[in-house]
Design a protein around this ligand. Structure first.
Ligand code: FES
Ligand code: MG
Length: 576
């Protein structure tokens, strides 16, 4: 164990005896703040963490993580994941911290913390802040995020006014905690548990429940033992545990942001997790969890029904989980979850009676991009009949491209009668990737023009080089890599071009000849490439220069060379 430089840590009340006691020093990486309301409850939970740490013989040192709030950070919270990562790496390595509790929650806070723990590789355990309580409006569950897409439609067609819009949306956020839907937050917290980085059953407990406080206390106790056992992230997050997480993601109906974040964590551990593994391992897994946006229920229901262990238990029953993967409690995921029961089969379905078949992601390729993903389970019957009803070609559709360069362009023109958007058109969003936006924004899911919604068309196919909110159920082709701003072929597409999507072969192609594509490429290069907005902050400029594409996690590429630095780089030099 290490000792902190004494007098400055004495000055707020720690004693010399404590500081020189050789007890494990446990960092509490605090992601909650007034700026990060989803994670703010961690300020309360930290008290119970401290009690657990202290009781097990450790000394707790709480410090702030760069705040990330999904809905508040402009131009997108996607820009901040790597910044928080880098900051946390410096803290965990540069201070004499023996182990750390990662306080996870809102979308990007979870991957940022796990990525840093991967790079530094000191003993680490995650504590989820937990989802909000269920939202209700006139007797119906209103899910955070998901209700916004619905409310925007109602507002666009004049069915509600602005006040009604606010009321409806606010009903979905009734308490402290993160989004109560199966959005990116519930997804990533569930996957942090599936990866083994939380105590079993820890992810789903709603934030305000007393069980959440108990979980914080147990997490505090456990990290001290993990330091004594030297149980590190690289022991827990192995290739097998990532593959478990991919399967769990399909069964819970997880967010399309998960492949990005898991790729990032894996790369910082030096684990090869190609995008194709999402289709190979995940596509055929059925949807078991009946949560919005794919289903009906919300976070409280998921917890009562058994949470992540119940889902893992179902997958174990089918031989779909590597049971020997070790988890934070020192036992294997098989030991933890083998006997987990489903407590409410309306919310978590048994494997034999799923909500939907084949709930994982399809990985697509073609002449528009090298890779993109699609969650085929959210394709509605309405959509299927409109696009996939040709008996000669039931898995393919072709449509006219309507191309938007960024969300401002989309908002300005979507209802423009001149565009004459029809119900067989395909909306394309570009300039929304890690470089173009910058940070890769959640803007690919685009509502159809109001005139179409009034006719009952609630979704058009969307394709883009950005991301989609996990709370949106749109059938979109997302995360296209390389993005237009990196010179991907999406940049060559024009409105009125035809696009063909074939879900059988997994191809998405613009219907242009090779010669036409080559001519456009030449003109594009001569014109100096894709135009994107100027840098507005130093970080935007720095990140744009080194960030990778969504397919490979959109990490800071030079950071990947730094692995397990607490083992490989020795101690940092003394500062005085
Ligand atoms: Fe923070 Fe959804 S906005 S969890
Ligand atoms: Mg989001």
């Amino acid at each position: 164990m290490t000792a902190l430089y004494l007098e400055r840590y004495l000055n707020y009340g720690l004693s010399q005896r404590e500081l020189q006691s050789d007890r494990p020093i446990i960092g509490i990486a605090q992601t909650g703040s007034d700026l990060s309301p989803c994670n703010r409850h961690h300020l309360v939970l930290a008290e119970r963490l401290r009690e657990g740490i202290r009781e097990a013989g450790g000394i707790a040192i709480e410090f702030p993580v760069h705040p990330i709030q999904e809905t508040g950070k402009r131009p997108t919270a996607g820009l901040d994941r790597n910044l928080a990562y880098m900051g946390l790496v410096e803290v965990l390595y540069g201070y004499p911290i023996d182990g750390t509790v990662l306080t996870i929650g809102c979308d990007k806070t979870t991957p940022a913390c796990l990525m840093a723990a991967a790079t530094v590789n000191i003993p680490a355990i995650a504590l989820s802040v937990g989802p909000m309580l269920n939202g209700w409006f006139r007797g119906q569950r209103t899910g955070s995020g998901t209700i916004i897409w619905r409310a925007r439609e109602l507002l666009a067609t004049g069915e509600i006014d602005y006040e009604g819009f606010i009321k409806l949306v606010a009903s979905s956020a009734p308490s402290t905690g993160y989004c109560n839907t199966m959005g990116t937050a519930t997804t990533m917290n569930s996957l942090a548990e599936a990866l083994g980085m939380q105590l079993p059953g820890a992810a789903a407990i709603p934030a305000p429940y007393r069980d959440r406080q108990e979980c914080a206390y147990e997490t505090g106790r456990r990290i001290v033992e993990m330091v004594r056992e030297d149980l590190k992230p690289s022991d827990i997050m192995t290739k097998a545990s990532f593959e478990n997480a991919i399967r769990v993601n399909a069964a819970i109906g997880g967010s399309t942001n998960a492949p990005i974040h898991l790729a990032a964590i894996a790369r910082h551990l030096g684990i090869d997790l190609p995008l194709e593994s999402w289709q190979r391992l995940g596509l055929d897994i059925p949807l078991l969890v009946n949560l919005q946006p794919a289903g009906e229920y919300l976070g409280e229901d998921f917890y009562r029904a058994g949470g992540v262990p119940a889902v893992v238990g179902q997958l174990i029953g089918q031989g779909l989980i590597a049971e020997n993967a070790i988890t934070a409690n020192g036992r294997t995921i098989g030991e933890n979850c083998r006997d987990a029961r489903i407590e409410d089969e309306a919310v978590i379905r048994p494997y034999a009676r799923p909500l939907k078949e084949r709930a994982g992601f399809m990985v697509l390729t073609g002449n528009l991009f090298d890779s993109a993903i699609m969650k085929t389970s959210v394709i509605s019957e309405e959509f299927r009949q409109r696009y996939l009803s040709d008996p000669a070609d039931p898995d393919a559709f072709e449509g006219r491209a309507v191309v938007f360069d960024g969300p401002e362009d989309y908002h300005a023109r979507i209802d423009d009668p001149e565009l004459a958007i029809g119900d067989r058109d395909i909306l394309v969003m570009r300039g929304a990737g890690p470089i173009g936006y910058p940070g890769a924004a959640e803007v690919v899911n685009m509502r159809p023009p109001a005139a179409l919604i009034e006719r009952g068309v609630h979704a058009l196919p969307c394709i883009g080089d950005g991301r989609q909110s996990g709370t949106s159920g749109s059938p979109s082709i997302l995360n296209a890599s390389p993005e237009a701003a990196a010179g991907g072929n999406l940049a060559l597409l024009r409105t009125d071009d035809r696009i063909r999507v074939d879900l059988k072969t997994g191809r998405v192609d613009m219907m242009l000849t090779e010669a036409e594509i080559a001519a456009r490429r030449q003109a594009f290069d001569q014109a100096g490439g894709y135009r994107y907005p100027a840098h507005q902050t130093p970080w935007q400029q720095l990140q744009r220069a080194v960030v990778g594409q969504l397919e490979t996690g959109a990490v800071l590429e030079p950071a990947v060379a730094f692995q397990r630095i607490s083992q490989t780089k020795g101690l940092p030099r003394d500062s005085h």
